[in-house]
Design a protein around this ligand. Structure first.
Ligand SMILES: [Zn+2]
Length: 269
């Protein structure tokens, strides 16, 4: 069935990994830097989760997008280079994982440009994709992304397929997200930090992902995953993702695409 996607593609799955590492915890409360228990849990993402995820993506020959805060990139430079070497996308995810709702304009520009410089130094090119930490953009974010030549944003919840922001003649693609496809709400449990998700079992999370896939397949939409290596990089929990990949691949005409590939296709339609 032809729809909004290329050729016979019926629906698209995009795997986005937010390598928040310690940034989301230090960004939440700078005193966490003195709490090795929290820091060690966060560092599991870049140290253990990412290598395991890269092997999984190799096994299934899937290219993905990695949204990386500047602080995490500059403290894990070899990890960033390995992600690029394997053909995945490296995209912008703040500096210290700053939700932007209350951030003044000059500070938001500083955060944006600082991480652009870090990622360009490590990858050889400016990032083209952006995901707001906690999906929490400011009223200025979309305009700033267009001014800084980003190709797409993936932070908004108001659609099932991509769309285009038109900002004074500049086009920025939106690849929409949803909390139901974010692993944090299913798995994250850090009581001393006030994070108490339901700590669900991987089977029930797979069932949730599969139901989302069924909807995406029926309506020909874009299934945008938001996965955190410190959460989904654990062996048992990665099985939810691996089962989703197998389930999606058991259907004809499903494509896995990086965020940038979706955005460039959308601009070319
Ligand atoms: Zn994040």
């Amino acid at each position: 069935m032809a729809g909004v996607w290329p050729g016979d593609t019926r629906c698209v799955v995009t795997l986005g990994f937010d390598i928040d590492g310690v940034s989301s915890w230090i960004g939440r409360d700078p005193s966490f830097v003195h709490r090795p228990g929290i820091i060690s849990m966060a560092e599991y993402g870049p140290k253990r989760g990412v290598p395991r995820i890269l092997r999984l993506l190799d096994d299934y020959d899937i290219k993905a997008s990695f949204y990386i805060p500047g602080y995490v990139a500059e403290t894990h430079e070899d990890m960033v280079r390995e992600i690029v070497r394997k053909g995945h996308e490296v995209a912008h995810h703040g500096y210290m994982h700053e939700p932007l709702g209350d951030v003044p304009l000059d500070q938001e520009i500083e955060i944006l440009e600082k991480t652009i410089d870090i990622l360009e130094r490590l990858t050889g090119e400016k990032p083209k994709g952006y995901r707001a930490p906690q999906f929490d953009s400011s009223v200025n974010t979309i305009s700033l992304l267009a001014q800084h030549d980003f190709v797409y944003d993936t932070s908004m919840h108001d659609a099932d397929v991509p769309y285009i922001h038109d900002i004074e003649g500049k086009k920025l693609v939106e690849v929409p997200v949803k909390w139901a496809l974010d692993d944090f709400g299913y798995f994250a449990y850090v009581p001393q930090a006030g994070v108490r998700s339901a700590m669900q079992d991987p089977d029930s999370v797979f069932e949730s992902y599969a139901a989302e896939f069924d909807g995406a397949y029926k309506y020909g939409t874009c299934m945008t995953m938001t996965l955190h290596p410190q959460v989904s990089g654990r062996p048992s929990r990665l099985s939810s993702l691996e089962r989703l990949i197998r389930y999606a691949r058991s259907h004809p005409n499903v494509e896995f695409m990086r965020g940038i590939d979706i955005a460039e296709y959308w601009l070319s339609r």
